[in-house]
Ligand binder design. Structure first.
Ligand code: HEM
Length: 431
């Protein structure tokens, strides 16, 4: 089943033989629709908080609210949706409980709204309601993932990456809840900066990056038509990222040696992922790189830039707030752009599979890539990348005007991407 997918994209055949076991389109579809809406809200929020970013005021609650529109609204909802779609391809098993996936979706979607609203307005009970709903979403999705993995026959790289990520799916809201209580004085954390840094990196390294490495291991070769690349770097990446995230999540004892070990393991895991991605690109059979995959490649390059910035930004901490804020803009933006690129592959594929696949052999059907305009996709990519780099540069140099102008470009990119995805989702076969 999984090996037949590349041929499905290159030269669509009967889906019943190629992609049996796919979930109903509405399940990933509703995740992607909500994620795109939050992507646009986050981009609009970026325009509003431009002066805060330019001051390096990263820790003010309204900036944290915008950060979570991106990480929880855009990244996490996209990941949940993509996993619902691709678990059958990745590990040969449908998501174990579809009803529970709907519960996680509802809790995550409502939780982001309440949590961000509670942060932005400093409203204690709304914040706790949001944090509670988000915890429910993370825990229920994690339980569903573990139950699905338990039924997998093959212990593939993707299996281990997803199994590892499920641990940090639980750790992330635990840190988050403690931070929310700290904001309202209900607990007293010894160091707010150290806890925020641990929380953000446990989430980004232990959950987001482990899923990215595991799922990209199936999707990149499939979308690039890449065969014959060594898979060893990805195994090294998963092992090191897991160990790195574990070291980050440990209680704040063991001081500097623990932080140095966590940094070295995480850096090693990321470098191994870059090597693996480069091997997939080098072994691709399709020479031209389409706009979606180009955006994904730029996202990976951005993660590499964040890795270079990390030791400077995190060791300076709050003593160089603009560098710290710019670092998070580069890191979260890079993963956001990587995800944005995948939408140009995943959404047309799902629409083609459900609406056009059954008509193969009965009438003329478009190719997957013909479901959207490539030049429009290039415009989206340019607006997002230009906007993201400009926001990072404006944050670092302290210019509110630059941050706001480039945030406007990023917002335009997010809106046009949402518009294009809606158009693709509405494509139907001619009667
Ligand atoms: C993938 C998931 C997540 C990522 C990547 C993430 C990332 C971050 C980042 C980068 C910050 C610093 C933002 C700033 O101060 O401007 C932060 C702060 C915070 N996060 Fe998260 N987060 C995630 C999930 C959660 C969840 C599920 C909760 C709640 C249950 C949460 C609660 C908080 C709180 C309360 C703060 C503010 C801390 C403070 O300013 O003292 N986060 N997070």
């Amino acid at each position: 089943m999984a090996t037949a997918i590349p041929q499905t994209i290159a030269a669509p055949r009967s889906p019943s033989t190629d992609f049996a076991g796919a979930p109903p389109a509405w399940l990933p579809g509703m995740h992607f629709a909500a994620a795109l809406a939050y992507f646009a809200c986050g981009a609009a929020g970026l325009v509003l908080v431009a002066p805060d970013l330019a001051r390096g005021a990263f820790f003010v609650p309204r900036v944290a609210a915008v950060v979570h529109l991106f990480v929880l609204g855009w990244l996490v909802l996209s990941i949940f949706g993509a996993l619902c779609q691709f678990l059958p391809v990745a590990i040969g098993r449908q998501v174990r409980w579809q009803a529970l996936a709907q519960v996680s979706f509802a809790a995550q979607t409502a939780g982001v709204a309440a949590f961000v609203g509670g942060l932005a307005t400093s409203h204690r009970s709304v914040l706790y309601l949001g944090a509670g709903l988000l915890t429910l979403a993370f825990v229920s999705f994690g339980a569903n993932l573990v139950a699905t993995l338990a039924g997998a026959k093959e212990r593939s790289l993707t299996f281990w990456a997803l199994a590892g990520s499920s641990l940090f799916l639980l750790a992330t809201p635990a840190f988050g809840f403690a931070l929310a209580m700290n904001l309202h004085g209900d607990v007293q954390l010894a160091s707010r900066f150290a806890t925020v840094a641990a929380h953000a990196h446990v989430a980004l390294v232990g959950f987001v990056m482990l899923v990215v490495v595991g799922v990209a291991h199936r999707l990149l070769p499939m979308f690039l038509l890449s065969h014959g690349a060594s898979e060893r770097p990805a195994w090294i990446s998963v092992a090191l990222l897991f160990a790195g995230a574990l070291a980050i999540a440990m209680p704040a004892s063991f001081g500097i040696p623990r932080i140095a070990a966590a940094a070295a393991l995480t850096a090693g895991g990321l470098v191994a992922f870059f090597v693996q991605a480069a091997l997939f690109f080098r072994h691709r059979k399709r020479r031209t790189i389409d706009p979606g995959m180009r955006l994904a490649a730029i996202g990976i390059a951005g993660i590499a830039c964040a890795l270079v910035l990390a030791p400077f930004a995190l060791s300076a901490g709050v003593s160089n707030p603009r560098l710290l804020a710019a670092y998070f803009v580069v890191l979260v933006g890079a993963i956001g752009v990587f995800v944005a690129g995948h939408y140009f592959k995943i959404v047309p594929f799902i629409v083609w599979y459900h609406r056009f696949g059954p008509l193969v052999g009965k009438q003329k059907v478009p190719k997957v890539a013909e479901l959207y305009s490539e030049s429009a996709a290039k415009v989206v990519g340019a607006l997002l990348v230009f906007g993201w780099i400009g926001v990072a540069a404006g944050t670092f140099t302290g210019s509110a005007l630059v941050v706001r102008a480039f945030a406007g470009s990023f917002l335009a990119g997010a809106l046009v991407e949402g518009f294009l995805m809606t158009k693709i989702a509405r494509r139907r076969a001619d009667a």
